[in-house]
Design a protein around this ligand. Structure first.
Ligand SMILES: Cc1cc2nc3c(=O)[nH]c(=O)nc-3n(C[C@H](O)[C@H](O)[C@H](O)COP(=O)(O)OP(=O)(O)OC[C@H]3O[C@@H](n4cnc5c(N)ncnc54)[C@H](O)[C@@H]3O)c2cc1C
Ligand code: FES
Length: 301
């Protein structure tokens, strides 16, 4: 089997296994798709058609085929179970495409393309400890990345940000931090991270018991004050303004920072240039050359 056959990307039909709410404006979608589940690595992504195939084939004449939205939407991997041939994604409902995804139900068949983009190999993280910092749509892939890095023997601390608790993608549980910061020992942690004994500090913009208050940079600054045997580095994943602030803070503290960039996408296969971002060596396509970049290579505008 050729290398491309083994690692994709695969343009293929997946079957919906489950769909359930994940927080107040997000859904967790489980797809059966062994080809992609076998080789998806964090933080790669896939694109998904917003229509189930049954909808498309329901009408025989071309006029009844729903063309809007015609472009597939890019989403990250949250959980991947190669043994079962399934993967989960968590998406926020922000517009027409993601609104239509909420109509998918178990048994529906849907076109997907993936895995796409570059992954982070645990060997790329030279330090013993990785601070994984993210929010919004960046949080599900960050959870998947935390598992992969922990499995490779890294010490992981996740710092998550949201405007308020209901926007978090997973339930929270009370946990004692292994490395307390900001005078706190007991905090609310995301359940999937607590299950893996990964420290998680969550910053909310409004005050709630058990959470850090303010922007994500508040707990991040606290963590950057600690000593780390074997070194520490940052991986940031989330909305571009958040990632930019994290990258600037990392630069100020002379800490290596890898960023997972979000960008509007068209083709997601390198052909249309919709997703380009400016780097020190020219424009780069997030869908092919990214989404993983060294923060110091990005020209922040
Ligand atoms: C590599 C990658 C991975 C992603 N992973 C996830 C994920 O795991 N979970 C998740 O919820 N979302 C993720 N996104 C964002 C997701 O693709 C968009 O929210 C989605 O395409 C919006 O489609 P829509 O038709 O609902 O919204 P539209 O009607 O097209 O737009 C609605 C609003 O969303 C904004 N928007 C649209 N596309 C993007 C985009 N690509 N990035 C940022 N903002 C956008 C628009 O500016 C607009 O304000 C990812 C995006 C990329 C590029
Ligand atoms: S989305 Fe078309 S080149 Fe990246």
């Amino acid at each position: 089997m050729s290398e491309r056959k083994r690692t994709g990307p695969f343009d293929i039909i997946a079957t919906v296994v489950a769909q359930e709410p994940a927080g107040s404006a997000a859904y967790r979608l489980t797809l059966d798709c062994p080809e992609i589940a076998r080789c998806a690595k964090p933080p790669q992504f896939f694109t998904i058609s917003c229509h189930a195939l049954s909808q498309i084939h329901a009408g025989a004449d071309a006029d009844s085929v729903p063309l809007d939205p015609i472009l597939r939407r890019p989403l990250g991997f949250y959980r991947v179970r190669p043994d079962k041939g399934e993967f989960d994604t968590i998406y926020q409902v922000v517009g027409r495409g993601t609104g239509m995804l909420t109509l998918l139900k178990p048994g529906d068949r849907v076109r997907v393309l993936g895995p796409l983009g570059k992954n982070i190999n645990p060997k790329d993280i030279r330090s013993r400890t990785a601070l994984l910092v993210g929010g919004g749509a960046g949080l599900p892939p960050l959870c998947y990345l935390s598992e992969a890095l922990q499995d490779a023997g890294k010490e992981i601390i996740v710092i998550a940000g949201a405007r308020y608790r209901e926007l978090l993608i997973a339930p929270t549980v009370s946990r004692r931090l292994k490395r307390p910061v900001g005078g706190r020992k007991d905090v609310q942690s995301l359940e999937p991270l607590a299950q893996r004994d990964i420290d998680c500090a969550i910053a909310l913009e409004r005050h709630e018991e058990g959470f850090f208050e303010g922007l994500i940079t508040a707990p991040l600054e606290e963590y950057l004050e600690l000593d780390y045997e074997g070194g520490v580095e940052i991986v940031a994943c989330g909305p571009p303004p958040m990632v930019r602030v994290i990258a600037k803070l990392a630069e100020k503290k002379s800490v290596k920072c890898t960023v997972v960039m979000e960008s509007r996408m068209g083709c997601a296969i390198g052909a249309c240039q919709t997703c380009v971002i400016k780097t020190t060596s020219g424009y780069r396509r997030v869908c092919v050359e990214g989404p993983v970049f060294d923060a110091k290579d990005i020209v922040w505008e």
